[in-house]
Design a protein around this ligand. Sequence first.
Ligand SMILES: Cc1ncc(COP(=O)(O)O)c(C=O)c1O
Length: 325
Amino acid sequence: MEMPFTGPEFKAIAAAARDDLRALLGIPSHYALLFTQGGASAQFSLVPMNLLRVKRRADYVETGYWSRKAMVEARRYCEVRVAASGAASGFSGVPPPEAWTVSPDSAYCHITSNETADGLEYHWTPETGAVPLVADMTSDFLSRPIDVARYGVIYAGAQKNVGPAGLTIVIVRNDLIGAALPGTPSVFEYKVQADQGSMANTPTTWSVYVAGLVFRWLRQRGGLAEMARVNARKAARLYAAIEESRGFYRCRIAPADRSRTIVCFTLREPGLTPAFLAAARERGLVNLEGHPAVGGLRAALFNAMPEAGAEALARFMDDFAQAHG
Ligand SMILES: Cc1ncc(COP(=O)(O)O)c(C=O)c1O
Protein backbone atom coordinates (compact mmCIF):
# COMPACT_ATOMS: atom_id res chain seq x y z
CA MET A 1 0.00 0.00 0.00
CA GLU A 2 2.98 2.29 0.40
CA MET A 3 4.43 1.58 -3.04
CA PRO A 4 4.59 4.65 -5.27
CA PHE A 5 2.40 4.03 -8.29
CA THR A 6 5.14 5.48 -10.45
CA GLY A 7 7.69 2.88 -9.31
CA PRO A 8 8.64 -0.33 -11.12
CA GLU A 9 7.07 -2.62 -8.47
CA PHE A 10 3.55 -1.28 -8.83
CA LYS A 11 3.88 -0.86 -12.59
CA ALA A 12 4.69 -4.59 -12.82
CA ILE A 13 1.68 -5.44 -10.62
CA ALA A 14 -0.66 -3.33 -12.78
CA ALA A 15 0.76 -4.72 -16.03
CA ALA A 16 0.30 -8.31 -14.85
CA ALA A 17 -3.29 -7.55 -13.78
CA ARG A 18 -4.04 -5.97 -17.17
CA ASP A 19 -2.46 -8.89 -19.08
CA ASP A 20 -4.39 -11.47 -17.07
CA LEU A 21 -7.69 -9.66 -17.52
CA ARG A 22 -7.07 -9.27 -21.24
CA ALA A 23 -6.35 -12.99 -21.48
CA LEU A 24 -9.37 -13.97 -19.36
CA LEU A 25 -11.82 -11.98 -21.48
CA GLY A 26 -9.98 -12.20 -24.79
CA ILE A 27 -10.00 -8.41 -25.08
CA PRO A 28 -9.05 -7.49 -28.68
CA SER A 29 -6.07 -5.18 -29.18
CA HIS A 30 -8.26 -2.36 -30.55
CA TYR A 31 -9.89 -1.99 -27.12
CA ALA A 32 -8.46 0.05 -24.25
CA LEU A 33 -8.63 -1.44 -20.76
CA LEU A 34 -8.87 1.21 -18.04
CA PHE A 35 -8.46 0.77 -14.29
CA THR A 36 -10.32 3.83 -13.16
CA GLN A 37 -12.30 5.09 -10.14
CA GLY A 38 -15.67 6.46 -9.09
CA GLY A 39 -17.61 3.19 -9.21
CA ALA A 40 -20.12 2.12 -11.82
CA SER A 41 -22.28 5.09 -10.79
CA ALA A 42 -19.64 7.51 -12.07
CA GLN A 43 -19.82 5.70 -15.41
CA PHE A 44 -23.52 6.55 -15.59
CA SER A 45 -22.23 10.11 -16.29
CA LEU A 46 -18.90 9.31 -17.88
CA VAL A 47 -20.37 7.14 -20.62
CA PRO A 48 -22.42 10.03 -22.06
CA MET A 49 -19.64 12.54 -21.39
CA ASN A 50 -17.15 10.42 -23.33
CA LEU A 51 -19.34 8.93 -26.04
CA LEU A 52 -21.91 11.54 -27.07
CA ARG A 53 -19.50 13.56 -29.20
CA VAL A 54 -21.61 15.48 -31.74
CA LYS A 55 -24.75 13.47 -31.00
CA ARG A 56 -27.55 14.62 -28.75
CA ARG A 57 -29.27 11.42 -27.79
CA ALA A 58 -28.62 7.93 -26.52
CA ASP A 59 -30.74 4.79 -26.31
CA TYR A 60 -31.32 2.97 -23.04
CA VAL A 61 -32.98 -0.36 -22.35
CA GLU A 62 -34.96 -0.17 -19.14
CA THR A 63 -34.92 -3.47 -17.26
CA GLY A 64 -34.97 -2.54 -13.57
CA TYR A 65 -33.44 -0.56 -10.74
CA TRP A 66 -29.88 -0.08 -12.05
CA SER A 67 -30.78 0.68 -15.65
CA ARG A 68 -33.19 3.33 -14.37
CA LYS A 69 -30.39 4.86 -12.28
CA ALA A 70 -28.21 5.01 -15.38
CA MET A 71 -31.00 6.68 -17.35
CA VAL A 72 -31.64 9.33 -14.70
CA GLU A 73 -27.98 10.31 -14.75
CA ALA A 74 -27.72 10.30 -18.55
CA ARG A 75 -30.65 12.73 -18.81
CA ARG A 76 -28.32 15.38 -17.38
CA TYR A 77 -26.28 15.20 -20.60
CA CYS A 78 -28.55 14.14 -23.43
CA GLU A 79 -31.97 13.07 -24.58
CA VAL A 80 -32.55 9.53 -23.34
CA ARG A 81 -34.57 7.39 -25.74
CA VAL A 82 -36.06 4.20 -24.35
CA ALA A 83 -35.10 1.55 -26.92
CA ALA A 84 -37.08 -1.06 -25.01
CA SER A 85 -38.61 -1.37 -21.57
CA GLY A 86 -39.66 -4.20 -19.31
CA ALA A 87 -42.27 -1.95 -17.68
CA ALA A 88 -45.25 -3.63 -19.39
CA SER A 89 -44.31 -6.97 -17.81
CA GLY A 90 -43.60 -5.39 -14.41
CA PHE A 91 -39.86 -5.82 -15.10
CA SER A 92 -40.18 -9.59 -14.91
CA GLY A 93 -38.01 -10.17 -17.97
CA VAL A 94 -35.62 -8.70 -20.54
CA PRO A 95 -37.57 -7.19 -23.48
CA PRO A 96 -37.16 -9.57 -26.46
CA PRO A 97 -35.11 -8.35 -29.45
CA GLU A 98 -38.23 -7.84 -31.60
CA ALA A 99 -39.51 -5.26 -29.09
CA TRP A 100 -36.40 -3.07 -29.44
CA THR A 101 -36.11 0.04 -31.60
CA VAL A 102 -32.59 1.40 -31.61
CA SER A 103 -32.36 4.81 -33.23
CA PRO A 104 -29.54 5.14 -35.81
CA ASP A 105 -28.82 8.68 -34.62
CA SER A 106 -28.17 7.63 -31.03
CA ALA A 107 -24.59 7.83 -29.80
CA TYR A 108 -24.88 4.41 -28.16
CA CYS A 109 -27.36 1.91 -26.73
CA HIS A 110 -26.99 1.16 -23.02
CA ILE A 111 -27.96 -2.04 -21.25
CA THR A 112 -27.55 -3.39 -17.73
CA SER A 113 -26.51 -6.97 -18.37
CA ASN A 114 -27.46 -8.16 -14.89
CA GLU A 115 -30.01 -6.27 -12.80
CA THR A 116 -28.56 -6.75 -9.33
CA ALA A 117 -31.63 -5.59 -7.40
CA ASP A 118 -34.23 -7.39 -9.55
CA GLY A 119 -32.45 -10.65 -10.41
CA LEU A 120 -32.72 -10.68 -14.18
CA GLU A 121 -29.95 -11.07 -16.72
CA TYR A 122 -29.41 -11.08 -20.47
CA HIS A 123 -28.71 -14.60 -21.69
CA TRP A 124 -27.99 -13.23 -25.17
CA THR A 125 -26.02 -10.32 -26.62
CA PRO A 126 -28.16 -7.62 -28.25
CA GLU A 127 -27.44 -6.66 -31.85
CA THR A 128 -27.49 -2.87 -32.23
CA GLY A 129 -25.95 -2.51 -35.68
CA ALA A 130 -23.75 0.56 -36.09
CA VAL A 131 -24.88 1.99 -32.75
CA PRO A 132 -22.27 0.97 -30.15
CA LEU A 133 -23.58 -1.31 -27.42
CA VAL A 134 -22.65 -0.13 -23.90
CA ALA A 135 -23.06 -2.55 -20.99
CA ASP A 136 -23.05 -2.01 -17.27
CA MET A 137 -21.70 -5.44 -16.31
CA THR A 138 -21.05 -4.63 -12.68
CA SER A 139 -22.73 -7.72 -11.31
CA ASP A 140 -22.03 -10.36 -13.95
CA PHE A 141 -18.56 -9.28 -15.03
CA LEU A 142 -16.23 -12.32 -15.09
CA SER A 143 -19.08 -14.69 -14.26
CA ARG A 144 -19.01 -16.12 -17.82
CA PRO A 145 -17.19 -15.64 -21.14
CA ILE A 146 -18.31 -12.73 -23.30
CA ASP A 147 -17.49 -11.62 -26.83
CA VAL A 148 -15.97 -8.21 -26.09
CA ALA A 149 -15.99 -7.32 -29.81
CA ARG A 150 -19.82 -7.10 -29.69
CA TYR A 151 -19.59 -4.09 -27.35
CA GLY A 152 -18.46 -0.49 -27.66
CA VAL A 153 -17.99 -0.09 -23.90
CA ILE A 154 -18.16 -2.50 -20.97
CA TYR A 155 -17.89 -1.12 -17.47
CA ALA A 156 -18.03 -2.68 -14.02
CA GLY A 157 -17.44 -1.69 -10.43
CA ALA A 158 -14.92 -4.11 -8.94
CA GLN A 159 -16.79 -5.00 -5.78
CA LYS A 160 -18.67 -8.09 -7.00
CA ASN A 161 -16.37 -10.46 -8.89
CA VAL A 162 -13.13 -8.51 -9.15
CA GLY A 163 -11.87 -7.24 -5.83
CA PRO A 164 -12.17 -4.39 -3.34
CA ALA A 165 -14.42 -1.43 -4.07
CA GLY A 166 -12.68 1.62 -5.45
CA LEU A 167 -11.48 0.12 -8.71
CA THR A 168 -13.76 0.52 -11.71
CA ILE A 169 -13.04 -1.35 -14.93
CA VAL A 170 -13.78 0.20 -18.31
CA ILE A 171 -13.19 -1.60 -21.59
CA VAL A 172 -13.69 0.72 -24.56
CA ARG A 173 -13.20 0.42 -28.30
CA ASN A 174 -10.41 2.76 -29.33
CA ASP A 175 -12.32 4.52 -32.10
CA LEU A 176 -14.95 5.72 -29.59
CA ILE A 177 -12.54 7.72 -27.46
CA GLY A 178 -10.92 11.09 -27.84
CA ALA A 179 -13.82 13.54 -28.11
CA ALA A 180 -15.20 13.90 -24.57
CA LEU A 181 -17.68 16.69 -23.88
CA PRO A 182 -16.11 20.02 -22.87
CA GLY A 183 -16.06 20.16 -19.09
CA THR A 184 -15.29 16.45 -18.63
CA PRO A 185 -12.68 16.20 -15.84
CA SER A 186 -9.49 15.13 -17.57
CA VAL A 187 -8.91 12.18 -15.20
CA PHE A 188 -12.29 10.88 -16.39
CA GLU A 189 -11.55 11.25 -20.08
CA TYR A 190 -11.17 7.74 -21.45
CA LYS A 191 -8.52 8.96 -23.89
CA VAL A 192 -6.40 10.59 -21.17
CA GLN A 193 -6.42 7.45 -19.01
CA ALA A 194 -5.90 5.16 -22.03
CA ASP A 195 -2.87 7.17 -23.15
CA GLN A 196 -1.36 7.11 -19.67
CA GLY A 197 -1.95 3.45 -18.82
CA SER A 198 -4.67 4.39 -16.27
CA MET A 199 -2.06 6.34 -14.32
CA ALA A 200 -3.04 9.91 -15.13
CA ASN A 201 -3.50 10.20 -11.38
CA THR A 202 -2.91 7.83 -8.47
CA PRO A 203 -4.71 4.57 -9.22
CA THR A 204 -6.37 2.46 -6.54
CA THR A 205 -3.16 0.53 -6.02
CA TRP A 206 -4.41 -1.84 -3.33
CA SER A 207 -7.55 -2.72 -5.29
CA VAL A 208 -5.53 -3.27 -8.47
CA TYR A 209 -3.17 -5.58 -6.57
CA VAL A 210 -6.02 -7.70 -5.17
CA ALA A 211 -7.83 -7.69 -8.52
CA GLY A 212 -4.64 -9.03 -10.09
CA LEU A 213 -4.64 -11.92 -7.62
CA VAL A 214 -8.28 -12.65 -8.48
CA PHE A 215 -7.56 -12.63 -12.23
CA ARG A 216 -4.70 -15.06 -11.69
CA TRP A 217 -6.94 -17.27 -9.49
CA LEU A 218 -9.62 -17.29 -12.19
CA ARG A 219 -7.11 -18.32 -14.83
CA GLN A 220 -5.81 -21.11 -12.59
CA ARG A 221 -9.36 -22.34 -11.99
CA GLY A 222 -9.94 -22.79 -15.70
CA GLY A 223 -11.02 -19.31 -16.74
CA LEU A 224 -14.47 -17.93 -17.40
CA ALA A 225 -15.89 -20.98 -19.16
CA GLU A 226 -15.31 -22.96 -15.99
CA MET A 227 -16.75 -20.15 -13.82
CA ALA A 228 -19.84 -20.12 -16.05
CA ARG A 229 -20.34 -23.85 -15.52
CA VAL A 230 -19.96 -23.53 -11.75
CA ASN A 231 -22.23 -20.47 -11.60
CA ALA A 232 -24.89 -22.20 -13.70
CA ARG A 233 -24.91 -25.15 -11.30
CA LYS A 234 -25.18 -22.88 -8.25
CA ALA A 235 -28.08 -20.92 -9.74
CA ALA A 236 -29.85 -24.07 -10.97
CA ARG A 237 -29.74 -25.52 -7.46
CA LEU A 238 -31.45 -22.46 -5.95
CA TYR A 239 -34.04 -22.04 -8.70
CA ALA A 240 -34.85 -25.75 -8.29
CA ALA A 241 -35.39 -25.20 -4.56
CA ILE A 242 -37.81 -22.39 -5.44
CA GLU A 243 -39.70 -24.37 -8.11
CA GLU A 244 -39.91 -27.54 -6.02
CA SER A 245 -41.35 -25.67 -3.04
CA ARG A 246 -44.76 -25.65 -4.76
CA GLY A 247 -45.29 -21.95 -4.29
CA PHE A 248 -43.78 -21.56 -0.83
CA TYR A 249 -40.97 -19.58 -2.51
CA ARG A 250 -41.65 -17.39 -5.51
CA CYS A 251 -39.43 -15.93 -8.20
CA ARG A 252 -41.23 -13.41 -10.39
CA ILE A 253 -38.59 -13.34 -13.12
CA ALA A 254 -39.36 -15.28 -16.33
CA PRO A 255 -37.28 -18.51 -16.29
CA ALA A 256 -35.37 -17.61 -19.48
CA ASP A 257 -34.20 -14.30 -18.00
CA ARG A 258 -33.31 -15.35 -14.46
CA SER A 259 -29.96 -14.14 -13.23
CA ARG A 260 -27.21 -16.69 -12.74
CA THR A 261 -25.54 -14.58 -10.07
CA ILE A 262 -28.43 -12.94 -8.19
CA VAL A 263 -31.33 -15.16 -7.23
CA CYS A 264 -34.23 -12.97 -6.05
CA PHE A 265 -37.25 -14.54 -4.42
CA THR A 266 -40.04 -13.93 -1.95
CA LEU A 267 -42.08 -16.06 0.41
CA ARG A 268 -45.72 -16.84 -0.28
CA GLU A 269 -46.27 -15.56 3.27
CA PRO A 270 -44.18 -12.36 3.36
CA GLY A 271 -44.75 -12.19 7.12
CA LEU A 272 -42.44 -15.20 7.50
CA THR A 273 -39.48 -13.32 6.00
CA PRO A 274 -37.96 -12.22 9.36
CA ALA A 275 -38.23 -15.82 10.64
CA PHE A 276 -36.57 -17.07 7.42
CA LEU A 277 -33.69 -14.63 7.84
CA ALA A 278 -33.24 -15.46 11.53
CA ALA A 279 -33.26 -19.23 10.95
CA ALA A 280 -30.86 -18.84 8.02
CA ARG A 281 -28.50 -16.80 10.18
CA GLU A 282 -28.49 -19.58 12.78
CA ARG A 283 -27.11 -21.87 10.05
CA GLY A 284 -24.48 -19.34 9.08
CA LEU A 285 -26.36 -18.18 5.98
CA VAL A 286 -26.24 -14.38 5.94
CA ASN A 287 -26.79 -11.37 3.66
CA LEU A 288 -29.99 -12.77 2.19
CA GLU A 289 -32.01 -9.55 2.46
CA GLY A 290 -33.26 -8.18 -0.88
CA HIS A 291 -32.07 -4.82 -2.20
CA PRO A 292 -33.64 -2.09 -0.04
CA ALA A 293 -35.44 -0.62 -3.07
CA VAL A 294 -37.05 -3.94 -3.97
CA GLY A 295 -37.41 -5.93 -0.73
CA GLY A 296 -37.86 -9.69 -0.54
CA LEU A 297 -34.88 -12.04 -0.44
CA ARG A 298 -31.77 -12.32 -2.53
CA ALA A 299 -28.90 -14.80 -2.77
CA ALA A 300 -25.74 -13.44 -4.40
CA LEU A 301 -23.78 -16.20 -6.12
CA PHE A 302 -20.66 -14.31 -7.12
CA ASN A 303 -17.54 -16.26 -8.09
CA ALA A 304 -16.29 -16.31 -4.50
CA MET A 305 -19.37 -18.28 -3.37
CA PRO A 306 -18.50 -21.98 -3.51
CA GLU A 307 -21.01 -24.54 -4.74
CA ALA A 308 -21.24 -25.82 -1.16
CA GLY A 309 -22.67 -22.42 -0.17
CA ALA A 310 -25.47 -22.63 -2.73
CA GLU A 311 -26.11 -26.24 -1.69
CA ALA A 312 -26.31 -25.24 1.99
CA LEU A 313 -28.81 -22.50 1.21
CA ALA A 314 -30.93 -24.80 -0.97
CA ARG A 315 -31.06 -27.41 1.82
CA PHE A 316 -32.01 -24.75 4.33
CA MET A 317 -34.76 -23.52 2.01
CA ASP A 318 -36.13 -27.07 1.69
CA ASP A 319 -36.09 -27.51 5.47
CA PHE A 320 -37.69 -24.14 6.16
CA ALA A 321 -40.45 -24.81 3.61
CA GLN A 322 -41.11 -28.23 5.20
CA ALA A 323 -41.32 -26.69 8.64
CA HIS A 324 -43.60 -23.78 7.66
CA GLY A 325 -45.28 -24.86 4.42
C1 LIG B 1 -25.61 -3.29 -11.99
C2 LIG B 1 -25.04 -2.23 -11.11
N1 LIG B 1 -24.74 -1.04 -11.64
C3 LIG B 1 -24.21 -0.05 -10.89
C4 LIG B 1 -23.96 -0.23 -9.54
C5 LIG B 1 -23.38 0.89 -8.76
O1 LIG B 1 -22.06 0.60 -8.52
P1 LIG B 1 -21.13 1.56 -7.64
O2 LIG B 1 -21.61 1.42 -6.23
O3 LIG B 1 -19.77 0.98 -7.90
O4 LIG B 1 -21.28 2.94 -8.15
C6 LIG B 1 -24.25 -1.46 -8.95
C7 LIG B 1 -23.99 -1.68 -7.53
O5 LIG B 1 -24.27 -2.69 -6.97
C8 LIG B 1 -24.80 -2.48 -9.76
O6 LIG B 1 -25.10 -3.68 -9.22
